[in-house]
Write a protein that binds this ligand. Sequence first.
Ligand code: ACM
Ligand code: ZN
Length: 606
Amino acid sequence: MIHRLSSIIFTFLMMIPAHAGRINIIPQPLKVVEYEGEFRINANTRIVVPNDNDVKRVAGYLVKALRQTAGYTLSIVGDPPVSNYIHFKKVNNLGKEAYRLKVSSKSIVIESSQANGAFYGLQSLYQLLPPDIFGLKISKVVFSVPCCQIDDKPRFIWRGQHLDVCSHFFSPQDIKRYIDLIALHKGNIFHWHLTEDQGWRLQIMKYPLLTEKGSIRKETVVGSYKSKIFDGIPYGGYYTQEEIRDIVKYASDRFVTIIPEIEMPGHALSAIACYPELSCQLENKYEVGTRWGIYRQVYCPKEETFSFLENVLLEVFKLFPSKIIHIGGDECPKSSWKKCPHCQALIKKLGLKNEDELQSYFIKRIEKFANEHGHEIIGWDEILQGGIAPNAKVMTWLEEQGGITAAKMHHEVVMTPYSKYYLDYYQADPETEQICMGDLTTLKTMYDYEPVPDSLSKEDQDYIIGVQGCVWTEYMKDMKRVEYMAYPRACAISESAWSSKENKDWKSFIHRLEYHFHRLDNLNVNYCHAFYNVQIEAYKDDAWDKVIVMNVDAPDSEIRYTLDGSTPTSSSTLYTSPFTINKSQVVKAIAFRKGHALGKIMQKSF
Ligand code: ACM
Ligand code: ZN
């Protein structure tokens, strides 16, 4: 929320009346006070940095961006001159990720106690500058910044974005770009889904087959997960450990922690295809998955399997400095365990009630191993089945109930309910989109979701440590498609992750987003505009008539429509309330703002 100080109290500050539109930051900072005037960066501006290598690196990003877009290389100095400087200043009284940004006509000061805060202050400074700062070429614009003071800190410590690189593989370059976009929106977690039935993507030195064989599927299903048609084209890809180390450093330099996910006990077919002895061995041939969904072949909880997973995890612990490791845990069918003599004998021996408790035993053993090596585990909701491991965190995707249960048991929870935060779901009318997963989750649905359930007590609410957007890539073959699906919806999630609950406002978000699009354009992000499109729904009334209900999420807009097949214009009929049509009519509708068409013409014939 932008608080404008009362000019009666603060006349000496030369307060200005509302200058709507000069400050358009996503995610919305905690407190913004805007003043008259601006700071202009020029070739003589100095960058002042403390004696801290991490803050120096942050300042270096600004120098590089200005070199690229303004064409000059600013000098870095240790002490502020009289004026015309940008000062990254260390203070003691701010939290790790907090910053205070003070812009006057003489200087810009970014205060923080740690480099994290300096980095987030810099992200806000970028967004106070003209969008050209995000470009790759020299621009003639004036690099000016409106005078203001921003006091900011995040709502949650977990501001995550996930990417499945198993359904489809993305190059190290793509991953770095994805991380850049996370950092731009003040995210701090990249959840990297590295192993799946359809491909193992992480080089493990002790088990070379995992990538030699397990990273390649012989073909891929064409169409939905129900389809029986395959393309006949081998598909694969993996990251070498050298690439992983490079990406981990790239992320860490941008204050993004990578949480690697190694799936168990389900979604393990690519590993089992390489090492069939890890399974219950009820079949004589296993191959890397070629269709989407769930496979019944899962890890068998025998000593060989635990040795394998522990050896894999030892390499994972070395590669990823993150304390928290994701062990999957979702969607593990129990049919193999039910038929397996070893599994059944183990259930008896351990005095377990059923296969759910066997899964719990599996996860608890892995947790114990991780804890002994200084790591913690997080898993999807299903790790609650049969009893949660004592120290595990839960990533809730099966709507909210798992998260509520876990928070009540005082386990930390990350919220990513699929109908709200899955970025592989449709964001517009499925009739107008390429194939996606699931139902419709519009930008507005995502924005409006409040991740801390009211049903939790105040104390238990503190166990909700954050939120995450998930990108499952069954239907996303390249980064362009990932960007289309993720943006701008990931911007909406970033605001739930960072901004205070009280500061969230859909209309303000959209106005800032429309400005933000200029930044994304400069970054060449392939974002989707669908929230401008009219949603047309028809409800059957009687044999001949349908009731038409239309809606548009874009604020300050109106819907104009036709029923005679002609293209709607700003003077076509204004939609005010539901109406009936007969069988032969076609509804064509588009939203307008101040006479300008927004979005696409949407059309429905019945
Ligand atoms: C999941 O979507 N299976 C976690
Ligand atoms: Zn078994």
